[in-house]
Design a binder for this molecule. Structure first.
Ligand SMILES: [Ca+2]
Ligand SMILES: [Ca+2]
Ligand SMILES: [Ca+2]
Length: 154
């Protein structure tokens, strides 16, 4: 009886966690809100043509990664992810954006193999998914409408 109950509880918990995972969006609502701003788009649009190309998106996030990676070992641990941001990094994004990026929930989202560090590869792959989700026309360019389009469901 007891073990049956345990199995039932485990099943229920399993169902709940699966539901949470499948309903979860790529990024947190706070991150989407702070990232999808025209001010942020300007920072990503390196050549100033009012479009953010996939190359610009990757270049930007490579720069962010390099600034987060304080000990330059090619991966971000929790203290680097959530820690105080360098002055150079503060130039790369708004305070709101950097605060939301520094959330543990965002680190978990980017940490594809769940080893509690985010490698540059994981970070850029994750950001590539964000780009793909925003690039609804699939032309590897984000115009301002795509950039601010609803990224998080609900
Ligand atoms: Ca551009
Ligand atoms: Ca590091
Ligand atoms: Ca990892």
């Amino acid at each position: 009886m007891n073990s049956k109950l345990n199995v039932l509880v485990a099943l229920l918990l399993g169902v709940v966690s699966i539901n949470v995972a499948s309903a979860a969006d790529l990024v947190t609502g706070g991150y989407a809100r702070e990232f999808q701003q025209m001010g942020m788009m300007k920072m990503l649009d390196a050549d100033g043509n009012h479009m953010v190309s996939q190359a610009e998106f990757t270049q930007y996030h490579t720069a962010v990664f390099n600034e987060l990676d304080k000990n330059h070992d090619g991966s971000l641990d929790k203290s680097e992810w959530t820690g105080t941001k360098s002055e150079k990094l503060a130039m790369l994004g708004t305070g709101g954006y950097l605060r939301e990026l520094g959330n543990v929930a965002m680190m978990d989202a980017a940490d594809a193999n769940h080893d509690h560090v985010v490698t540059q590869d994981e970070f850029l792959t994750f950001q590539g998914k964000v780009f793909a989700k925003l690039d609804t026309t699939g032309d590897k360019q984000l115009d301002s409408q795509e950039f601010v389009a609803k990224l998080v469901g609900r």
